[in-house]
Design a protein around this ligand. Sequence first.
Ligand code: DX5
Ligand code: ZN
Length: 221
Amino acid sequence: MAQPIKIAPSVLSADFTRLGEQIQVAAEHGASQIHIDVMDGVFVPNITMGSLVVKAIRTVTNLPLDVHLMIIEPDRHLQAFVDAGASALTVHLEVCSHLHRTLQNIKLLGVRAGVAINPHTPAILLSEIIHLVDIVLVMTVNPGFGGQTFLPETLPKIRQIRQMVGERSVDIGVDGGIDADTTPQVLEAGANVLIAGNSIFAANGGIASGIKAIQQAITKD
Ligand code: DX5
Ligand code: ZN
């Protein structure tokens, strides 16, 4: 059965002086969940937000909070993000020496478990843990910044992962350069969670119009 298509605005591109308000606008106009990018300045070149921001966002919306951990040693911080109100924790395969254990730990904390892979990481590296995950997040840009250009070479990998998960109900997220143009391509390849920062929060016509453009690209598909 096909997985439901979800739109996940990434707050990295939001106006942080009006974060709560902007999240509420996104929620009212069709966001399925809120994507929160945690960066440590080590795994990726940028530093962004931590569990305090997740906790603050938890107070302004009931939507699931999808926390993308672009940090080394994520195990040290899982509990803090769950306590802050995360609904899903996604760790990067590239930083986990004991990925199987990390995914088990996330499940034990009672939230959905995700694994993210960078553009250079082959899908086959997921083969031994795929049965443990609720989410596979395919980076469609190199992680670290919003507003980068989608990498089309990631499309065959999305297709391959959808085949790997077969009938299981696993979300396949795509993150980076997702807009009305790239949406049909990633959906066709088998992705079902559209994570979008710039094309929503920096849309010319505002947040509602950014979401609407993606919704129209979904229905055109
Ligand atoms: C990038 C982050 C993304 C980012 C996507 O490392 O993981 O979630 O916000 O931004 P856009 O949609 O602007 O490419
Ligand atoms: Zn992200």
